[in-house]
Write a protein that binds this ligand. Structure first.
Ligand code: SF4
Length: 301
């Protein structure tokens, strides 16, 4: 999810961005840009496809200070304005304890935008570091701590949904990571219910490409913040390896990512080798062994 590559550096916007709703009201609605409209549309489709948000939900928007978290927050704010159902948002920033993490810039942005928010201080970074074995990367341990912390924070703040800023590229990279390094055919679920059934994690940016979040972040001039951990963006991380693979594939065929997303929405269980899927496969209508058609509804996304 993270676009963080250095430690403890925040990039100030080149220009002072207008507040999201400056000059706009419901009576004379204008989109800020075509990109804004495209992103909110994709978020709306994903939210609808997977029943991510229901009437009365209080959505905890996890704000790391990376570009994707700002884009997610603004897309949900815009969706909230235009949605026929009522739901509320609370932005939550968790300082995991990595040195040099500049949360002041995030706080100032949320105050300026008038968003309900909470700044949380956690200290699990030092526990993660202490438990690391030589040569081990901190990510899986860190993710487990973060997930547990977010579940507790959701309870404290009365949140019914926990929104994470993973975008389409994150989902595709995870698919390849699982395929090449874990022997599993799986991506990130757009909607995940915790094992105890008490928490629901959603990924509203599931259909939004990273190029779009990057461009929108520049357009809006967000104060991007590096998370400060030791691991982010290191070139030898497996995620960076598949990122490069995807970049090379896209250079050869610019439709690669779109086709991969279409494939994730067009699974043929009977054409895979998992015996546990046989019952599903028997009930599926066979349409032969030809290539799967591109999903029409994604053409314009
Ligand atoms: S160690 Fe850094 S890159 Fe890894 S999960 Fe934690 S914050 Fe993310």
């Amino acid at each position: 999810m993270s676009d963080v590559v250095q430690i403890g550096i925040s990039r100030r916007p080149a220009r002072a961005a207008k507040a999201l709703f400056d000059g706009r009201d419901l009576g004379s609605w204008r989109w800020g840009s075509r990109l804004e409209r495209a992103i909110v549309r994709k978020v709306g489709v994903a939210v609808g496809d997977f029943g991510m948000i229901e009437a009365g939900d209080r959505v905890m928007v996890c704000m790391s200070g990376g570009k994707d978290s700002y884009v997610m927050l603004d897309a949900l704010r815009l969706l909230q304005r235009r949605s026929p159902i009522a739901f509320s948002l609370v932005a939550v920033n968790v300082d995991q304890g990595w040195p040099g993490y500049d949360t002041a810039a995030i706080k100032a942005h949320l105050e300026k935008e008038g968003v309900a928010f909470v700044m949380e201080n956690a200290t699990y970074a030092e526990i993660v570091e202490a438990k690391l074995r030589p040569g081990q990367t901190p990510c899986s341990l860190c993710s487990r701590f973060r997930r547990a912390y977010l579940y507790e924070a959701a309870d404290r703040h009365g949140a019914t949904k926990i929104a994470l800023g993973h975008h389409m590229d994150d989902l595709l990279e995870t698919l390849l990571l699982n395929l090449f390094f874990s022997g599993r055919l799986a991506s990130m679920p757009p909607r995940l219910v915790s094992d105890d059934g008490k928490h629901v994690v959603i990924r509203p940016l599931a259909y939004v490409a990273e190029d779009e979040t990057r461009a929108f972040a520049a357009e809006r001039g967000y104060p991007l913040v590096r998370c400060g951990c030791l691991s982010c963006g290191l070139p030898d991380q497996k995620r960076q390896v598949v990122k490069r693979m995807l970049r090379d594939l896209e250079a050869a065929n610019p439709r690669t990512k779109r086709q991969m997303l279409a494939a994730l929405r067009n699974v043929k269980p009977g054409h895979l080798l998992d015996p546990s899927l046989l019952a599903l496969a028997r009930n599926a209508v066979s349409d032969g062994d030809g290539e799967a058609p591109e999903v029409e509804s994604l053409r314009d996304m």
